[in-house]
Design a protein around this ligand. Structure first.
Ligand SMILES: C[S@@+](CC[C@H](N)C(=O)[O-])C[C@H]1O[C@@H](n2cnc3c(N)ncnc32)[C@H](O)[C@@H]1O
Length: 204
């Protein structure tokens, strides 16, 4: 049976079969560098499509109040199991596109993105950018690794072009603060991911 990537069942099946090539088994070194840099004061952070939560737990350990969202039951269960009571992450098992609303909007200082944007149906990228703008406070930061950069058709992962992601977010009220090809990407992702950091402007 062909499953739709918009469905948690698609992702659940990947987890159940142990087909999770995106999972590094540890936080990405680039986010570890940012978290330790002191350049980003702890605040409220949301991680979209958090998977097993390695990056979410990293920022929680650095004092951030982290909410990690994933709609695959297996991912949410893994995050519950791996959660550290000393630095707990709030785990939300939900479709990110159902987050819009009073409880969530304007609540976060940071939105962390890694391989969720490339997991969703490309037709929903505009919805994703609008969601990011709604979730963040004015002045809040979108911190993302745009991955995988490329041209091949199909997915997931659906390829990204960092310039296009930046343009889309700019259309939704963001301003680019920083971009770089990280020197500390894991070897298999060197030069096919770009760190992009954008600030939500006060008016959207
Ligand atoms: C490629 S994996 C990345 C997981 C994690 N960010 C990582 O880097 O290890 C994409 C994750 O996004 C989740 N996901 C995809 N679409 C989603 C949606 N609409 N709402 C919530 N989670 C979603 C999947 O269940 C999966 O765990």
């Amino acid at each position: 049976m062909l499953l739709d990537t918009n469905s948690p069942l698609y992702w659940q099946e990947s987890y159940a079969n142990g087909r999770i090539p995106w999972d590094l088994g540890h936080p990405t070194p680039t986010f570890a560098r940012l978290a330790a840099s002191g350049g980003y004061p702890p605040g409220e952070m949301i991680v979209l499509g958090a998977g097993r939560g390695h990056d979410a737990r990293l920022f929680a350990r650095h004092g951030f109040a982290v909410t990690a969202v994933d709609f695959a039951p297996h991912a949410a269960d893994a995050m519950r199991e791996l959660n550290d009571p000393a630095h707990p992450v709030q785990i939300v098992q939900k479709d990110i596109f159902e987050l819009d609303g009073e409880k969530w909007n304007g609540r976060f200082d940071y939105l962390l993105e890694y391989t969720c944007f490339c997991a969703i149906d490309p037709a929903r990228r505009g919805d994703y950018a609008a969601l990011a703008a709604h979730l963040l406070k004015p002045g809040g930061l979108y911190i993302g690794l745009a991955f995988p950069i490329g041209k091949r058709p199909g997915g997931p992962p659906f390829v990204v072009q960092p310039d296009a992601v930046i343009e889309l977010l700019t259309e939704h009220g963001f301003k680019l603060q920083h971009r770089e090809f990280p020197h500390d990407s894991v070897p298999s992702r060197q030069n096919i991911e770009e760190l992009i950091i954008l600030k939500r402007q006060s008016r959207i």
